[in-house]
Ligand binder design. Structure first.
Ligand SMILES: [Zn+2]
Ligand SMILES: [Zn+2]
Length: 748
């Protein structure tokens, strides 16, 4: 009997394969199959050479693709034959820094079950250690300074592993084999409470929170402000410190059961809450939930999340009640993430700091999702999601940077078939957010080895992201710029994440949002577009009305009511009697009153009419509170004249009539939502038939509204259309950059 000669192959694995335990997995797999060889990281991913029997080698290559570790995303496995060398055993080599950098850095991941068991085990050396982590969990994107992903390129570089940690790190059989942030109480970061107290910082912090203190707590991507959620005085104090801001605060519940005491948790919600991404999930608040009213004023929903770092787990267990955990900042500033800066900015807001000495390299907010048909609908995409790429169905050709929009900015860098969307960066008119924007353009490029050759930007000339693109192209003449219409970008983002290519036939795009620069001199925001990735045509829209005072009308929704009502009598007019006539005159004159087809502004008008919201303190507030005002039992609707121009004025007139008849405002809010949805469905279904289109794509920030989204979707599906909704990127301006990239690439 002859032994068949051994074979040797070199395998390149690309995708999210660094920092996710891929090399230990390969090591174990090779041992299991009796193969020899080597495994290492290079800038593009993992490179393996194995040698052994032909069948075992084949099995090995199949397993790389089919059963990778939990956090790995394998995008490609390429193998080439090599001459056997007679090697024995398997070695793990260091990282090679040569080659094109396209290895993917993974997102920060919630503490895994194994680490929690250790943390709760009195006999374990990491008992109650607030920084326990392993290959399957812990900080990633927020601590990575550069690639290849190794300890030296993270903010853990300053912590030298002790002998037991180093042994785990080097043991191929260990759960921490090559886990870069591996550490323990002897060698890792230290938690401190300032001002200090007797004993354990977590116990002391919990005691102070229990007594109503506001504490700044350093998390994964920045500092939070924490206060117990059921303490009305403490929550009110926090709100006052944050400059009267009315945005709802998120609450951290210690466990899924604790979350169930606060909000209705369906199966989809339980999955999202408990996922390794651990987002804030917006869910219906339970009657009698022990949460102070000031946590989420004017809101029936509550944003809830579960602990996602060991420190959160310790704090939640010690405190025993849900606590507010809101980003550490004043009003609309970005979350503080650098220690000195946090100290300066939060010192007046917090009674103390629960902090540590592991630096945060990249500011990253908590992600926010809603649920739509049991699946996640992203509202803010940041920690746990970014910088995971959105796979594209086509090659973008020349690398593109999508510069995004203004208020909910995120940028998108794309090369090949991958689009890397940065975490939410915030409102660029804020200097700190603008700084993050500049840093992100450099950091993402370095991390993924992408140098853009084209900059895609919004058509709005005054967006700071647009100015960045145009200024940079001025300074670097080789850079090309491509302007992309705002609502086309919204629709394209939805199409791109659903696998569209530039050759696909057009769809009926419905882009409803606050405001975006139109191509006809008006402000768009209620657009029906016959759109593919490369081109679009505006085939319908909401009827235009003047926006009296321009930006002032965005801050003061009652002005939109004035634009619609004119001399018609209504309570909102009485509330603003001193300025009403002047604002109506302004609207009629056209001076400083641009025409807008924005659905967001229509929501504003109705919100003010119903007395829900006359002025706002954050973007979208009037529309959000109007949705919260909807009576869920109301079935009525407002029929409007059919046409390609949706008559928003008819909806407003119906609202005024119902108000005069004394109909409850919750029922009117419901009828308005239904009327707008029904008018949208009728127009889209008719246009789709006219243009021979079988698919509709819904996008734009207005579709965060669940009442509207569900009714529009159901109506279009009943009309026989396939309906696409954003599921990987937000439908808000936070997803615009992906659309800019897709449109730009499709045109080249
Ligand atoms: Zn772990
Ligand atoms: Zn150690």
């Amino acid at each position: 009997m002859t032994v068949p000669p051994p074979v040797r192959v070199r395998v390149h694995v690309e995708g999210i394969v660094q920092g996710v335990g891929f090399r230990p997995f390969v090591h174990g797999l090779a041992r299991e199959l009796g193969l020899a060889g080597s495994v290492g990281n290079d800038a593009a991913g993992v490179v393996v050479e194995v040698e052994g029997g032909e069948a075992a080698v084949r099995q090995f290559v199949v397993a790389l693709r089919e059963r990778p570790p939990a956090l790995a995303v394998v995008e490609s496995v390429r193998s080439e034959a090599l001459p056997p060398t007679g090697a024995r055993g398997l070695v793990i080599t260091g990282s090679a820094v040569t080659g094109a950098r396209s290895a993917l850095v993974s997102a920060d991941t919630a503490t895994c079950g194994d680490c929690l068991v250790e943390m709760r085990d009195r006999a374990d050396r990491r008992y109650r250690y607030p920084f326990v982590n392993c290959t399957n969990c812990g900080p990633r994107y927020t601590i990575v300074r550069d690639v290849p992903y190794d300890r030296a390129t993270t903010t853990m570089a300053g912590f030298t592993m002790c002998a037991p940690c180093a042994a785990e790190y080097h043991d191929p059989a260990d759960r921490r084999f090559h886990a870069q942030p591996t550490c323990c109480p002897d060698c890792g970061p230290t938690l401190v409470l300032e001002p200090g107290g007797p004993g354990d910082p977590v116990r002391e912090a919990a005691a102070r929170l229990r007594d109503g203190a506001v504490l700044a707590v350093k998390g994964l991507g920045g500092y939070h402000l924490a206060v117990r959620a059921d303490d009305a005085d403490a929550v009110a104090r926090l709100r006052a410190a944050k400059h009267r801001e009315e945005k709802p605060f998120a609450v951290m519940a210690g466990s899924l059961d604790d979350a169930r005491s606060l909000v209705e948790v369906g199966p989809g919600a339980a999955e999202a809450l408990g996922s390794r991404r651990a987002p804030i999930v917006l869910l219906p608040r339970r009657p009698g939930a022990a949460v102070a009213p000031a946590v989420a004023p004017g809101n029936r929903d509550l944003g809830v999340m579960l602990p996602y770092t060991p420190l959160h787990h310790l704090l939640a267990a010690e405190l025993g009640v849900p606590f507010v955990l809101t980003s550490g900042n004043a009003s609309d500033e970005p979350i503080a993430h650098v220690d000195d800066d946090a100290r300066t900015r939060l010192v007046g807001l917090a009674d103390g700091f629960l902090t540590h000495d592991r630096p945060i390299h990249v500011r990253t907010d908590d992600s926010v999702v809603r649920l739509h048909q049991g699946a996640e609908l992203p509202v803010r995409r940041a920690r746990g999601y970014a910088p995971e790429p959105v796979p594209l169905a086509f090659d973008v050709g020349r690398p593109v940077l999508g510069c995004g929009a203004e208020v909910k900015n995120a940028i998108c860098l794309a090369a090949g078939r991958r689009a890397f969307l940065s975490p939410h960066l915030g409102d660029l008119t804020n200097p700190a957010a603008l700084r993050s924007f500049h840093e992100a353009t450099g950091h993402l490029g370095r991390l993924f080895g992408i140098t853009p050759l084209v900059l895609a930007h919004d058509l709005h000339p005054d967006y700071l992201a647009t100015r960045y693109a145009l200024d940079r192209a001025d300074a670097e003449p080789d850079l090309e710029t491509v302007g992309v219409q705002h609502h086309h970008a919204h629709v394209a983002a939805c199409l791109a994440e659903h696998g569209a290519t530039p050759d696909d036939p057009p769809v009926l795009g419905v882009a409803y949002d606050g405001t975006g620069f139109g191509e006809d001199g008006t402000i768009w925001g209620g657009e029906l577009l016959l759109a593919g990735l490369g081109v679009y045509r505006r085939v319908g829209h909401l009827a235009t009305v003047p926006m009296p005072g321009g930006a002032a009308a965005v801050r003061e929704p009652w002005r939109m009511a004035a634009a619609h009502l004119g001399d018609v009598r209504a309570a909102v007019r009485d509330r603003h009697a001193d300025r009403w006539d002047a604002v109506v005159a302004l609207a009629r004159s056209g001076t400083a009153s641009p025409a807008t087809s924005s659905v967001g502004r229509l929501f504003d008008a109705v919100s003010a009419l119903l007395g829900v919201r006359d002025t706002v303190t954050y973007e979208g507030q009037a529309a959000i509170e109007l949705e919260q005002h909807v009576d869920p039992d109301e079935r009525g609707t407002y029929p409007v004249t059919a046409g390609d121009v949706l008559p928003g004025g008819e909806l407003v007139a119906a609202v005024v009539e119902d108000l005069a008849a004394g109909v409850a405002t919750g029922r009117i809010a419901a009828r308005f939502h239904h009327g707008l949805a029904d008018a949208t469905v009728a127009a889209v279904a008719r246009l789709a038939g006219e243009h021979g289109v079988g698919t509709a794509a819904l996008s734009g920030g207005v579709f965060v509204n669940a009442v509207l989204l569900e009714r529009v979707r159901a109506g279009l599906e009943a009309a026989g259309l396939r309906v696409l909704v954003p599921t990987r990127v937000p439908c808000t301006d936070g997803g615009i950059a992906l659309g800019q990239v897709a449109v730009c690439a499709a045109r080249m």
